[in-house]
Every structure is written in structure tokens, then in C-alpha cells.
Design a protein around this ligand. Structure first.
Ligand code: PML
Length: 272
């Protein structure tokens, strides 16, 4: 099997001290059989070239042999929380994270990261109690990578999400990523706000409540976004990073999609 990763960007010409900045246009990755490399790469290039955020002047594609058998996991169950405003979204983020074992200080710190206009390239790694950020590089962050979904599981997931009217690349890929992150025992929850100004649904995920989509997590047009992985206070940081970035993980079984539920229904239905 191989891991195939794509990243498309536009050079902005602006430079900071370390490197020239580039504007992220799109990205995708998966774990595939060698036989489909050509087809997947073609699809990734088509996708990178036709993105609404602009025409990239650079598309990086990395194809890497996977030398250890991927860990096979089940995707998190999916729900969408009933939420009609950005203020309510903030209350629900706080409530879901507190109930997952994240402290109020850590939630406040995470919100600053997730709504920062200076969008990080990866995610912040944050201690769930102290709210301390422990990622080695605050610009790069941590990239959950070497992840994918089997052909069969993708078919099933697409059908399930189709019925709920949420079957898009964005939802499927965010769910696969969140499912890998949640299967790391040291991670207790994740918060994600898309950096796409027009994409206003984010999520809070955890083993406890599953993948909870939060509409109106930001207002349309807001130029900010970010991801935070909350880890147990004294976890071995380097092991967590090695798992999230390097351990191949393949979703090969799919949990249910429970549709649109109220906060109380979601809290009453937790999964452990
Ligand atoms: C991103 O990749 O930009 C984040 C996507 C969040 C998806 C939330 C959803 O609609 O389920």
C-alpha cells in the first residue's frame, strides 16, 4: 500500500523571517493500493486545479510506500448539533469540551488558536488541563497524516452521509482525520474551525461524543481557522506526535450517522 498526499498552494510573494509564505488552496490524502496510484493522482490534480479558492501555482504530490500494516479503525459516529447562531455555537463548544474532560482554561486557549486569522499549517497540541501548548513549532503545528479509508468503507460512508445530505469531500475527509486523532489514547478531544471563509460548519470530536458537527461555528466571510488536539496533561508528547503524523491508520469500518440532534440528545447519547 502507499500513502498519497496532495497540497496545492499559491505563492503570495510575502516572506517572513524563515520562509516564503504561501496560500493554501487545497489538500488531500489517503492510503491506497499501488494499482490505483495513477487514477488517484489524476483525481487529486483535477481537484487541486478546480478549487474555488483559486488556481494553484504549485501542486505537491507525495507518494510513499507504507512499510507497516495500517492500524484498522472504525470511523466516529456522526451527528450535527442543532445550532442557529455563532453565539450558541460557542456555548456548545464549551459544553462538549468540558464534558469530554477539557478544562475551561484549555477551551479558552483553544478558541484563540482556532479563530486566529494567522492560520497555522497544522494543529496545535494542547494539554487538556493547563491549556499549555506543546507543539514544537507553533507555525507548522502537528499534521495528522498517513490516514485513509478503504474502498468498501468509503462506499458505505458515502451512502450513509448521502442520506443525511452531507456527503462531501470536506465532511468525509474531516471525519477520517478526526477518527484517526480520536483513536490515539492520549488525545481526549479535538476542536476544528475550517480556514475556508465560506465554510461555517466546524466540529468537536471525541471518543465520548463522536464527531459532532457544529453549524455557525464561525460567521460567513471570517478569515480564520484552526485545529486543536487536546492531550492528557502529562502524555509523552513525542509519542503522540509520532502516532498522529507517522502511524498509518485506515478506516475500514463505519459508524452510524445520527442526523441532527439537540445538545441534550448528544450529551445523553455518549458513546463510551
Ligand atoms: C476543513 O478541512 O477545512 C475542516 C472541515 C470541517 C468539516 C466540518 C463538517 O462539515 O463536518
Amino acid at each position: 500500500m502507499v500513502s498519497i498526499r496532495m497540497r496545492a498552494s499559491i505563492r503570495t510573494g510575502k516572506k517572513n523571517r524563515k520562509k516564503s509564505a504561501d496560500l493554501h488552496i487545497s489538500g488531500a490524502e489517503g492510503i491506497y493500493d499501488r494499482a490505483v496510484i495513477g487514477e488517484v493522482v489524476e483525481g487529486y490534480i483535477r481537484r487541486a486545479s478546480g478549487h474555488s479558492r483559486g488556481r494553484p501555482d504549485r501542486i505537491d504530490i507525495k507518494i510513499e510506500k507504507i512499510t507497516t500494516a495500517p492500524k484498522k479503525i472504525r470511523s466516529l459516529p456522526v451527528t450535527t448539533i442543532t445550532c442557529r447562531s455563532a453565539n450558541t455555537a460557542q456555548r456548545y463548544i464549551l459544553e462538549l469540551l468540558l464534558l469530554s474532560g477539557v478544562s475551561e482554561t484549555a477551551v479558552q486557549n483553544a478558541v484563540k488558536v482556532a479563530y486566529n486569522p494567522m492560520v497555522m499549517r497544522g494543529a496545535s497540541l494542547m494539554c487538556a488541563q493547563s491549556g499549555r501548548r506543546v507543539e514544537p513549532d507553533r507555525q507548522r503545528g502537528i499534521r495528522a497524516s498517513r490516514l485513509g479509508i478503504s474502498h468498501n468503507a468509503l462506499d458505505i460512508l458515502s451512502r450513509i452521509l448521502d442520506k443525511a445530505g452531507i456527503n462531501s469531500d470536506t465532511v468525509r475527509e474531516a471525519l477520517v482525520l478526526a477518527s484517526k486523532v480520536a483513536c490515539c489514547k492520549e488525545v481526549i478531544a479535538e476542536l476544528c474551525v475550517s480556514d475556508d471563509p465560506d465554510y461555517t460548519t466546524g466540529y468537536v470530536s471525541s471518543r465520548k461524543f463522536g464527531y459532532v458537527r457544529v453549524p455557525h461555528i464561525k460567521r460567513r466571510g471570517q478569515r480564520c481557522g484552526g485545529r486543536v488536539f487536546f492531550v492528557r496533561e502529562n502524555s509523552a508528547r513525542d509519542n503522540v506526535i509520532a502516532f498522529l503524523e507517522k502511524k498509518p491508520v485506515l478506516v475500514d469500518d463505519v459508524s452510524e450517522c445520527l442526523g441532527v440532534l439537540s445538545i441534550n440528545e448528544i450529551i445523553g447519547k455518549h458513546h463510551i
